[in-house]
Each structure stands twice: as C-alpha cells, then as structure tokens.
Design a binder for this molecule. Structure first.
Ligand code: GDP
Length: 332
C-alpha cells in the first residue's frame, strides 16, 4: 500500500524543494479517493502563501508540430539561465487512448534527467474538468517547491486549450509553415486565445515559406485584437533543432510579463482564473454528488428510456431529477 505522509511532512518536503515528495503530493491530488483529495486540498491551502511567483506558460499545437521538442529545447535554455522549470500537461484524450502526452518521458530526455527540471504527465482517469483541476493543483505545488517557470503542454485539439488558457499567464501556439491556406487546420478560437504564435521547425529549406507564413499570420492576428490588455499577439520563427529564435520567444514572454504587471491585467487575470477554478470545482462536485445520489440514480434508471424514445422531454426529466436531488439537501 502507498505510504501516506502527514500534512506537515508533505508541506515541509515541498517547501524544501524535495522532488520525491512533490511527486507524491501530486499523486495524492490525482487520486480518486476522497480522503487523498481532501488531504491534497489541505496541502495546497497550507502552501498557498508560497505559490504565485512563477511564470505560467501554456503551449499548444497539433500533434507533430514539435511541442515536446520545443519544450525540451526551450526548457533547457531556461535551465541554463539558472531557472527551475516544471513541465505539466493537460491531455483529456489520454484517458481514452492511455497514451498520455508527456507520458513517454523519453520524449524529453534532457529535462527528465535534469535535477533542476520536473516533468509530470497529464493525469488520466478524470474528466477534462478533473484533469484541469489536478493540473492546477500540481502547478501550485510546483510553485511552492520553488519552480519558477511552469510550462503546461496541451494537444491542439478539443477543449483542453480553453482549460489551459484559464490557468496560465501566457499562451503560446506552435504552428508550421504549411503549403496553401495558412490558417487551415487550426481553429479560429485557438488563434484568438494566443498571445504569440511560433512558426516552428524553421530550419533547412523552411525559411522562405516561414517568412511568408509569418506575414499571413500577423495579418490574421489583426482580426483578434486584445484591447483589454493592450497587446497585439506576435508571430515569431523558431527551430528547436538549431535553437534559432528560442531566445526571442523568451524575450517576448518577459516583455509581456513586464507589460501586464505594469498594468492591472496580470493580477486581474489571475484573480479571474482563481474564481473560474472555484466555479469549475463547484460544477464538478455538484455533478459527482448528483450522479452518486441513490434516489437520482433510481429515477434516472426508470425514466431514461422515455427520454430515449422521445416520449418524455429531456428538459422535464432533468428538472425532476434536480428537484429530487435538491429536496434531499444532501451534503455529498
Ligand atoms: P509533438 O507531437 O507536437 O510533441 O511533436 P514532437 O516534438 O514529437 O515532434 C514531432 C517531429 O518533429 C519529431 O520527429 C521531431 O524530431 C520533429 N521536430 C521537432 N522540432 C523540430 C524542429 O525544430 N525542426 C525540425 N526539422 N524537426 C523538428
């Protein structure tokens, strides 16, 4: 059976930057046992004063664009600058495919073997809400353990981008200079979320197409201004193979951080993210309690067929179920 430390031992281990204890604490947060999760919540609360000092960077792009290679090269560059780097992932598909991103540590061999870095694959076996809540907790635990840059990787498909956008300070989109329509294959919504776009794999014969793509994307970004933070998303070129452009990406992120901290946006954004986290959690907890409720289960079981056959309006049954649940005043 897995050894469980006391709250104080976990907290002390994390405060001293003990990576083994950090890892165990994240496992606790990812557990499906209520008692583990409760302890993890108390732990996050305990170390909360030590959190919030890192730079949180989200990185997305379609599979094959080179995210893990980029994170490896970019992360290594930051380590060489004396920073401590943690890499986390949000991958809601991993529970289906079992092959979670970052799950295969050989993808980031340099970082995985470097003591100044910490890599954690996407938690599996949770809903997207559960995955993002666990990753948010892991992020705070890493911050309390002294990591000052957190890179959160996600796959460029589905809703996980929104989840990551809601937990980071800066959102980076990786793309390739493709033939034909440059905007194909990436959803408009993701362009809208990006603070910068990196055209990746700019090496070999790729420079000319990349320059052309850069001006196309820069034009496209005019469609998505960010007046609330007075920032126009930038397009940069980079290669993780040669290292070209990686420093410029970092410089841009630092420029953004400074600019947002000088305005009220930085703190307002984080404040909004905390509220968003709480609201997500409420929905998740209510949803779980609802589905676990015996009377709800029974009514659902007996009436579901009528909704399936079209005899009963789904809205009517939903309302009855919720009324039944609320009438019981259940705590959990
Ligand atoms: P991911 O699926 O987005 O994480 O992509 P990977 O990092 O696994 O990279 C996919 C492929 O692109 C691998 O074969 C990499 O070697 C290759 N690749 C990654 N970065 C670069 C780069 O900067 N230049 C070139 N030419 N190839 C790259």
């Amino acid at each position: 059976m897995r050894k469980r430390l006391s709250l104080q031992d976990y907290a002390a281990g994390i405060r001293s930057g003990n990576r083994v204890i950090l890892s165990q604490a994240i496992t606790l947060a990812e557990s499906t046992l209520d008692s583990d999760r409760e302890l993890a919540s108390l732990l996050v609360q305990e170390v909360l004063p030590m959190t919030g000092n890192s730079l949180r960077i989200g990185i997305t792009g379609v599979p094959g664009v080179g995210k893990s290679t980029f994170i490896e090269a970019f992360g290594k560059m930051l380590l060489d600058q004396g920073k401590k780097v943690a890499v986390l992932a949000v991958d809601p598909t991993s529970q289906l495919s079992k092959g979670s991103i970052l799950g295969d540590k050989t993808r980031m061999e340099l970082l995985a073997t470097d003591k100044r870095a910490f890599i954690r694959p996407s938690p599996s076996g949770h809903t997207l809400g559960g995955v993002s809540a666990r990753t948010r907790e892991a992020m705070l635990l890493c911050e309390a353990a002294g990591f000052d840059v957190i890179l959160v990787e996600t796959v460029g498909v589905g809703q996980s981008e929104t989840a990551v956008k809601n937990m980071v300070d800066f959102f980076l989109l990786l793309m390739l200079a493709g033939a034909g329509d440059e905007l194909q294959g990436i959803k408009k919504g993701i362009m809208e979320m990006a603070d910068a776009l990196v055209i990746h794999k700019v090496d070999g014969d790729n420079l000319d197409p990349a320059k052309k793509a850069k001006s196309n994307y820069q034009n496209a970004f005019h469609l998505f201004p960010h007046p609330e933070k007075n920032w126009s998303p930038k397009v940069l070129l980079a290669s993780s193979l040669t290292g070209m452009g990686l420093e410029k990406v970092w410089d841009l992120i630092v420029e953004y951080e400074q600019k947002m901290k000088d305005s009220t946006f930085w703190e307002a954004n984080r404040a909004g993210q905390r509220i968003n986290w709480m609201e997500d959690q409420i929905q998740d907890l209510l949803g779980q309690a609802f589905l676990r409720n015996e009377k709800v289960k029974k009514m659902l079981e007996s009436e579901k067929a009528k909704v399936k056959s079209g005899e009963l309006h789904p809205g009517v049954l939903a309302q009855r179920l919720v009324d039944l649940f609320l009438a019981q005043g259940e705590k959990r």
